[in-house]
Design a protein around this ligand. Structure first.
Ligand code: BGC
Length: 760
């Protein structure tokens, strides 16, 4: 009876929710249609136009500022303008002084924090903890929305397999599984449960798609790859973002096999909307529509605009082509007005879902909230926690780390130790260097009894612009080596801070060599020659080729760019107040020439074997990575035992359950990232040597054992089959459970009977 009652109640709730949703949808549609019916063609094209509010720019300014554009209804959204008061003032123009009063959208690149800056996304991926990424995105949204923003151009979900590409820092690294979980987590964090809630902002999954596949790792360069790689590697994080509710997507700069992404109807419309059911808006990347001219697929800007709109790019980021050129295209009959209308509907829809038609000022009306939330103490606390969890211990010979806090003299060598701008990393929104803790400051605060000495060793970044900073960072200047050696000689322990200035990382910051820049390796040789115990602290936004350090330095800590609390977090880990537990979300090469380098590569017909000449390898460098994907040490040790499978024969609908016992065999507490990889042993197309299918970050006290359980649905073994659709094929699979992609316990299981799996 009770059961029946419950079933009835749930049905009723389901029915009521569905009814409320359909009513809401009807309201949304009728508002949109009513507006659309009143709009002139120029006003429609205005809604499709994103205008630069005037601050940071990453490309040429094509669209000239028309001070009256908002009042005339020629602008749908504004980027790079923020602050409760500034956004409210411009919103007033749109709402109160334009003919139809359609509110504007305000956007900014809030990539890893707004004012409180969190670790760069690559570092955050190293936590292997999507929940943390969700929390930092939530805080970023809280701060950004308090400053009047509705929309962030994040998360960046590009898979990056080439360390030369500077933008590897903005994403989650080389793995589509990790990348997908991080993408979805960030979307949830930014958008919350309800976009109308004024502390949430609309996410934008970018850059659609395969931007990270640039040839030679050179930014904005050509991409040419197979449909299979596109489906299996580059598209999954976008699909994950869309399924998590991302309401916007940015079309990329690059071409793929002859079709620029910002004019690719198959991808932007058939896949994104058709296959995945995406209902939001697609915005172009910065001047990407204009750049179709340079790609050579349009004879003039009108044609470029037409091609982009027809492909499915709804909003033109700053090139001004839609608003200036497309009215004529419609009037001449070259572009159906229905295509414009459809894009306008999408723009109005996201405005509706953000609640802007209900209250256009809901994000900006409370300057007090803005003052209270930006850089709030609890935001800084979260920044410190995430930063400690992102640090990866690469080497720790003789347990040199953690350092004792009774040290008498510590020498900190390396200009990056005092570089408060680099601490924030690229794309630091409104983060201020003056509010960030440098490594030197963090150590001095943590070690009040220790004499902490400092020498830059290599040149400090000059004030100046991008070019001066890059030239200095790459300069072979050795003039401050002697001073650094003298300082090191006085210390009990030396902390050698090496890596990249933040200007060497990020957009338009590709490097042909991923070795240590400038004279840094030469400096390391001199410092190591002093015979002092040396801990290398790396600060960088990409994998670096550091074979010399890996060989000669006793301890190496990868600390990336960790944001506002970097110095405190580095001190916490160096002194053992927090334990390092991050893992590499990217493979580290021995030499740049190995790039692109990634763990989930294909097997080749002649797998490398040292003793065999005619196998796939290099003459001068070992083929393997210096540090593999998933790698990272801790201050303790772990043992894996008793890998057990629920069954070794599974049907297509089954889920494999596997357990493994992990024991902390050392004397300190620590966190282990237990990783599950699978290999399809034989299939109709070649399969990667292994693919990540699960991970868990577990904390273990000394001596403690935990049983870690993974559920692996057979569907997760699908791949893009010979017939261009997802399949799981029967046969044998090997799985590996362990501490990195390069080691672990193995087991085999068999999948029985073939079928095609729908794309969900
Ligand atoms: C970048 C995007 C960014 C946009 C707006 C472009 O150059 O590629 O990632 O969102 O500028 O700042």
């Amino acid at each position: 009876m009770l059961r029946l009652y419950l079933v009835l109640l749930l049905t009723l709730i389901g029915f009521t929710t569905a009814r409320a949703q359909s009513l809401e949808k009807a309201r949304e549609d009728s508002l949109i249609e009513a507006l659309l019916a009143r709009m002139t063609l120029e006003e429609k094209l205005g809604q499709l136009t994103l205008y630069n509010g005037g601050l940071a720019q990453t490309g040429p300014v094509v669209m000239t500022a028309d001070p009256d554009a908002v009042r005339r209804g020629r602008v749908g959204a504004v980027m790079n303008l923020f602050g409760a008061e500034a956004t409210c003032a411009l919103q007033r123009q749109a709402v109160e002084e334009s003919r139809l009063g359609i509110p504007l959208l305000f956007a900014l690149d809030v990539i890893h924090g707004f004012r409180t800056i969190f670790p760069v996304p690559l570092a955050e991926a190293a936590t292997f903890d999507p929940q943390l990424a969700e929390q930092t995105a939530r805080v970023a949204a809280l701060e950004a929305s308090a400053a009047g923003l509705h929309w962030t151009f994040a998360p960046m979900v590009d898979i990056a397999r080439d360390a030369r590409w500077g933008r590897i820092v903005e994403g989650s690294g080389e793995d589509p599984y990790l990348g997908s979980l991080m993408a979805a987590a960030r979307v949830r964090g930014f958008q919350g449960k309800d976009l109308r809630e004024p502390s949430t902002i609309m996410a934008c999954a970018k850059h659609f798609v395969a931007y990270g596949g640039a040839e030679g790792g050179r930014d904005y360069n050509t991409v040419d790859l197979s449909e299979r790689t596109l489906r299996e590697v580059y598209l999954p994080p976008f699909e994950a973002a869309v399924r998590a509710g991302a309401l916007s997507v940015m079309s990329a700069f690059n071409e793929i096999g002859g079709i620029p992404a910002s004019a690719d109807r198959r991808l932007l419309t058939d896949v994104l909307r058709g296959e995945w059911g995406f209902e939001g808006l697609v915005v172009s990347d910065y001047t990407a529509i204009w750049e179709l001219l340079f790609h050579g697929i349009a004879a003039d800007s009108a044609e470029a605009g037409r091609k982009a709109l027809v492909a499915g790019v709804d909003m033109d980021m700053v090139s001004g082509i839609y608003v200036h050129k497309l009215a004529e295209e419609v009037r001449s009959g070259r572009l159906p007005e229905a295509v414009v209308d459809e894009a306008v509907r999408r723009v109005l829809r996201v405005k509706y879902r953000l609640g802007l038609f209900e209250d256009p000022y809901r994000y900006c009306r409370d300057p007090e909230r803005e003052r209270r939330l930006l850089l709030a103490a609890e935001h800084r606390r979260l920044a410190r926690e995430v930063a400690t969890k992102a640090i990866v211990l690469l080497k720790n010979e003789g347990n040199l780390l953690p350092l004792a806090d009774t040290l008498r003299t510590l020498a900190v060598i390396g200009a990056l130790a005092t570089d408060s701008a680099s601490v924030l990393g690229p794309w630091a929104a409104t983060g201020r260097p003056g509010e960030a803790v440098t490594i030197l400051e963090g150590l001095r605060a943590a070690l009040p009894q220790t004499r902490v000495l400092y020498a830059p060793g290599y040149p400090e970044a000059p004030p100046g612009g991008f070019q001066e900073i890059v030239a200095t960072a790459l300069s072979p200047d050795t003039s401050r080596f002697a001073e650094a050696v003298a300082v090191a000689a006085q210390a009990d322990v030396v902390l050698l801070v090496l890596g990249e200035h933040r200007e060497l990382s990020g957009e338009a910051a590709s490097r042909a060599s991923v070795a240590l820049p400038g004279a840094q390796e030469a400096l390391a040789r001199r410092i190591l020659a002093t015979g002092k115990p040396v801990v290398v602290v790396l600060m960088n936004g990409r994998p670096l080729a550091i074979p010399y350090l890996a060989e000669a330095a006793p301890a190496i800590l990868e600390t990336w760019f960790l944001g506002s609390e970097m110095g405190n977090a580095v001190a916490d880990v160096l002194l053992g107040r927090a334990s390092p537990g991050g893992r590499l979300p990217v493979s580290f090469p021995r030499a740049t020439g190995q790039e692109p380098l990634y763990y989930n590569h294909k097997p080749t017909g002649r797998p490398p074997r040292a003793e065999e000449k005619y196998t796939s390898k290099y003459l001068d460098v070992h083929w393997s990575p210096l540090y593999p994907f998933g790698y990272g040490l801790t201050y303790t040790t772990f043992a894996y035992r008793n890998l057990r499978l629920s069954s070794s024969r599974l049907g297509l609908q089954d889920t494999l359950r596997l357990t493994v016992e992990v024991t902390n065999t050392g004397t300190r507490a620590g966190e282990e990232v237990v990783q599950l990889y699978v290999r399809d042993e034989a299939a109709s197309v070649t399969r990667p040597v292994r693919e990540l299918k699960g991970f868990q970050r577990v904390a273990l006290a000394p001596g403690e054992t935990k049983t870690v359980t993974f559920e692996l649905p057979v569907e997760a073994l699908r791949f893009w089959g010979l017939e261009n659709r997802w399949v799981v094929e029967p046969g044998w699979f090997t799985l590996q459970v362990g501490p990195s992609s390069a080691e672990g316990l193995e087991a085999r299981f068999e999948v029985l009977a073939q079928s095609t799996i729908r794309s969900r």
